[in-house]
Design a protein. Structure first.
Length: 477
């Protein structure tokens, strides 16, 4: 009895000394518990019940906020993070996560207020300073951003902090100073966004040839994303469609075993046999297809084939199964059987530009170039201006010696993606075939600037020299 009294006294003493707000220990914010996705609903219901059981726990309330956050219940997440922060004002995570949700809506000033609250609790977390710099830049406060990046640099957040400082310098017009950072950074940090920013700085000081080359390396630029261990804590609560999308991203990035683990958990709610149902089969079939693709990426073609074949046995009318098995068959060089599956996919979904493009690629591999050309043209009816389809169409036109048409296809390719070196290679080759030597030379120069394959460049160079020797004058037009 004495021990119990001591424990109770200690708990009361801690509560009395806490900075927490007792008013925050009210009922939880409730959202999503009645949605049709049982994977999400069951998690949220369990966490809501946990909050009701221990309403004074900031940690439990924060976990509910993280679950709302990562599964897309934004308003419920913000309100719950605010409750958790009032229960425990010293926990960095709750205002930090809150700040990110506000920033996602473009409200950077409000996000900075919440972030500053988090930094009062822990000023030594480098990713927070990187985000502070990024949001200050977006709020048009570059001098303060520079200070934030300087602090991140002190916390060893390289090379991200260096890049942020360069961006800040560019924002205030100090381009030469920015280049002093970007020049060495671009050689050490091979990221498209760094190359594109380097190219913009080079262009601003008139170094146009170098700028074009840098911009070519940055043609698929996406903003930098740095590691953030604390925000990653939310991922354990990801369920339903959000976790499915995460699994697809993990699979595509090579983290296949993690992807399969998520997909298998989801299959607990949508098992394989449900793919054969008359109703509510779509998610089960989609999961099977994604598991097959993940196995293939992991170098397990046997498991990939078995999974997609089972899917076809359960639901032969599910078009993605036919496309997936076609890719596996193509890898095994069984192009005819692969073609049959792609044609079945087109019968099931005639408006799929991707399926028509895949049919064209298989026909091209079978040397049926006229049919391949027609397939690529069909694909473009559904996805006009798709760069890959136009490129393959150009290749088919080259095989058919339709060089004028090929020039037009490759010209469109390079308009859509100006820094695609291989597009300029084949544009140069096609221009040379129709005798437009000067235009071919210009395309060859651009191909070289944009990092095209040296072997392809050499082949073009030989072709151009032979044509120049035999036909030195370019026809008019």
């Amino acid at each position: 009895m004495r021990l119990v009294a001591v424990i109770v006294f200690a708990v009361l003493l801690l509560v009395g000394c806490s900075k927490s707000d007792p008013e925050a220990a009210k009922g939880p914010i409730v959202a999503g518990v009645d949605i049709s996705d049982t994977d999400v609903a069951e998690l949220l219901e369990a966490l809501v019940q946990s909050v009701r059981t221990v309403p004074t726990s900031a940690s439990i309330r924060g976990r509910l906020g993280m679950a709302y956050d990562i599964n897309g219940f934004r308003e419920a997440a913000i309100a719950t993070y605010k409750q958790a922060s009032r229960l425990d004002p010293d926990d960095f995570r709750w205002p930090y996560f809150h700040a990110h949700l506000v920033a996602e809506d473009g409200e950077y000033e409000r996000a900075l207020e919440a972030l500053d609250q988090a930094l009062e609790d822990d000023a030594g977390y480098a990713p927070a300073w990187l985000f502070r710099g990024s949001w200050l830049l977006k709020a048009n406060r570059p001098l303060e951003a520079m200070d934030a990046y300087r602090r991140a640099h002190e916390l060893q957040a390289r090379p991200y902090a260096a890049f942020g400082r360069a961006q800040s310098l560019m924002a205030v017009g100090e381009i030469p100073a920015a280049l002093e950072i970007l020049e060495p950074l671009a050689t050490k940090f091979d990221h498209p966004y760094v190359h594109r920013t380097h190219g913009e700085a080079l262009r601003a000081v008139g170094r146009l040839d170098e700028a074009r080359a840098a911009m070519a390396r940055g043609r698929e630029a996406q903003p930098l994303a740095w590691p953030d261990e604390r925000r990653d804590q939310r991922n354990v609560h990801m369920r339903g469609h959000a976790s499915y999308m995460l699994a697809k991203e993990l699979s595509a990035s090579g983290r296949v075993d993690e992807a399969v683990a998520i997909l298998r958990r989801l299959q607990g709610h949508h098992p394989e046999e449900h793919c054969g149902r008359e109703e509510e089969f779509f998610l089960a079939c989609n999961l099977m297809n994604s598991v097959s693709i993940a196995h293939d990426r992991a170098g397990r073609p046997g498991q990939a084939f078995a999974t997609v074949q089972l899917g076809l046995d359960l639901r032969p009318s599910f078009a993605p199964f036919h496309l997936t098995i076609a890719n596996l068959l193509r890898d095994g060089r069984d192009l005819e059987t692969a073609l049959g599956h792609v044609e079945q996919a087109i019968e099931l979904n005639p408006s799929s530009g991707y399926a028509h493009e895949q049919r064209g690629r298989l026909l091209f591999g079978l040397n049926r170039h006229e049919d391949a050309k027609a397939a690529f043209e069909s694909a473009l009816q559904f996805e006009p201006g798709k760069r890959t389809t136009l490129f393959y169409l150009g290749l088919a036109q080259v095989e058919l010696s339709s060089y004028d048409d090929a020039v037009e296809s490759f010209r469109r390719v390079t308009e859509i993606e100006p820094y695609f070196g291989l597009g300029h290679v084949f544009l140069a080759r096609s221009l040379a075939e129709v005798g437009r030597i000067d235009a071919a030379r210009r395309a060859q120069d651009r191909a070289r600037e944009y990092g095209a394959n040296p072997a392809e460049l050499r082949r073009n160079e030989i072709q151009l020299r032979e044509l120049e020797a035999n036909e030195p004058l370019e026809p008019p037009g």
